[in-house]
Ligand binder design. Structure first.
Ligand SMILES: Cc1cc2nc3c(=O)[nH]c(=O)nc-3n(C[C@H](O)[C@H](O)[C@H](O)COP(=O)(O)OP(=O)(O)OC[C@H]3O[C@@H](n4cnc5c(N)ncnc54)[C@H](O)[C@@H]3O)c2cc1C
Ligand code: FES
Length: 283
């Protein structure tokens, strides 16, 4: 299936103006914004796992994954952690403010390959944002997949994203949802610790499983090792890699990872193709 391509084919570097229609504070430093085109141009369809370049006017541009619903191309949703100049500028946006957007870019999660088999989603911290469109798509087409399991870990209970949606997912009988936190809190009655012991609770057929893994690189390495020890081939484990990006269209080389340019060959890649490089301490 052809991936959605940047809406402005004429000049893929030219941002299009979008207006903020909703802003939700997820945690102390992380927020979700909904955007709609400020012009009367086309909606933006996207594949789960793709990202956009978001331009805070006068400050700069950053790559941010799309965290919304692929069946709603009229609304673009992003979940952003404020860590520096541009993301802090984006965090100050309110309803009615405008920003520049270009994309969607990159290769997303292997939704087609996942059909007909079991799916294990493992996310850490803000890594739940890039996998949420994949989860939404699987829930919309639930009959196309066998078991679907979600393992999610965050630093503290207050750092958990999409808390209402997590409760909804947990309440479903056709999803196995496991959540853990690194550090306990008085109100927390769930699991404490890393995500890997929770993976061992999951029931899946390793020869017919696609794993979707997103989070800090150390977490992705440990999770991939664990899944491989359960019999899932590296070629069926997919990870999303974050690297410095500038052009996002394969021109500048900032995102080079081995022979791949992650802006167009990724950010989602089979673990088998990056395992050796991810094992190196410094790249
Ligand atoms: C394909 C892709 C998808 C991404 N998706 C998302 C997303 O959905 N949501 C999101 O919040 N971010 C996402 N990011 C990361 C985001 O692009 C960076 O956080 C952003 O570029 C930082 O820019 P800045 O100008 O705000 O910070 P800078 O001024 O560039 O950095 C300020 C400080 O923050 C540190 N820093 C930079 N990035 C991070 C980070 N990711 N985590 C912790 N510290 C960091 C830097 O080392 C520096 O010390 C994605 C990155 C890529 C490549
Ligand atoms: S960001 Fe320029 S080549 Fe990938």
């Amino acid at each position: 299936m052809a991936l959605p391509q940047p809406a402005l084919i004429a000049d893929p570097m030219l941002p299009r103006s979008f207006t903020v229609t909703e802003r939700v504070a997820e945690t102390e430093d992380t927020f979700t914004i909904d955007l709609e085109p400020s012009d009367s141009g086309p909606d933006l369809s996207f594949a789960p796992g793709q990202f956009m370049m978001m331009y805070a006017y006068g400050v700069g541009e950053v790559p941010i994954s799309i965290s919304g619903d692929p069946s709603r191309p009229d609304t673009l949703t992003h979940t952003i952690r404020a860590v520096g100049a541009v993301t802090n500028a984006l965090s100050e946006l309110g309803v009615g403010d405008e920003i520049g957007i270009r994309g969607p870019y990159g290769v997303g999660w292997p939704m087609g390959r996942a059909e007909g088999g079991d799916v294990v989603v493992v996310a850490g911290g803000i890594g739940l944002a890039p996998v949420r469109p994949a989860i939404r798509q699987m829930l919309a087409d639930r009959d196309e997949y066998r078991s679907v399991s979600i393992v999610y870990g965050s630093r503290t209970p207050d750092d958990l994203l999409y808390q209402d949606e997590l409760h909804e997912w947990k309440a479903r009988f056709d999803l196995n949802v496991q959540v853990t936190v690194d550090r306990d809190a008085p109100s927390w009655t769930g699991d404490v610790g890393v995500v890997t012991p929770l993976i061992n609770r999951l029931d899946f057929d390793p020869g017919h499983t696609i794993a979707i893994v997103c989070g800090p690189e150390i977490m992705m390495r440990v999770v991939a090792k664990d899944l491989r020890s359960r019999g899932v081939p590296s070629s069926d484990i997919y990870v999303s890699l974050e690297r410095n990006m500038k052009c996002a269209v394969g021109f500048c080389g900032h995102c080079q990872f081995g022979s791949a340019f992650l802006c167009k060959d990724g950010p989602v890649v089979p673990y088998a193709t990056v395992a050796d490089r991810l094992a190196m301490e410094q790249l």
